[in-house]
Design a protein. Structure first.
Length: 148
């Protein structure tokens, strides 16, 4: 049930970022509360150093204007619900999906209006949400001993 709430929030965050290019704090707080409530059943304290590294890296990328602050906060919150062994998969999948999204926006901009694409930017919460949702699902499959 809580996993459905996580996925619903990730869809809402992605749609909001696509339409308005913002990640609302209320959705991040709700996501954080759900993930931390899962810690009462499945503690995930081993992920805290990775979460701190993501936060520091995100602040640096934000200061270089390469990543939005909302995207950094989303990555940090999602990392709290992911098994530490899957953190590299989260980051690589986010980069690959983000690259594909950027290429799609570039092609769209070349066909229609590149200045509009540059002005609005790329909704990076979409690849973060997709890769984060998949990694959370994989983490909880491992915690519930679900094997394929």
């Amino acid at each position: 049930m809580l996993l459905c709430g996580i996925f619903a929030l990730l869809v809402k965050i992605s749609l909001e970022d696509y339409c308005y290019r913002r990640v609302r704090h209320r959705y991040l707080i709700a996501l954080l509360l759900i993930l931390l409530s899962l810690w009462s059943v499945f503690p995930n304290y081993d992920v805290l150093p990775y979460t701190l590294a993501i936060l520091v890296s995100g602040v640096v990328l934000f200061s270089l204007r390469l990543l939005g602050a909302g995207d950094t906060k989303l990555l940090v919150v999602l990392s709290l619900g992911i098994d530490p062994a899957l953190i590299p998969i989260l980051l690589y999948a986010t980069v690959i999906l983000g690259f594909l999204l950027a290429v799609a926006y570039l092609v769209y901009g070349c066909i229609y209006d590149l200045s509009l694409v540059r002005e609005k930017g790329i909704p990076y919460a979409i690849p973060i949400s997709v890769s984060g949702g998949c990694c959370i699902a994989l983490s909880y499959m491992d915690w519930f001993d679900i094997n394929f």
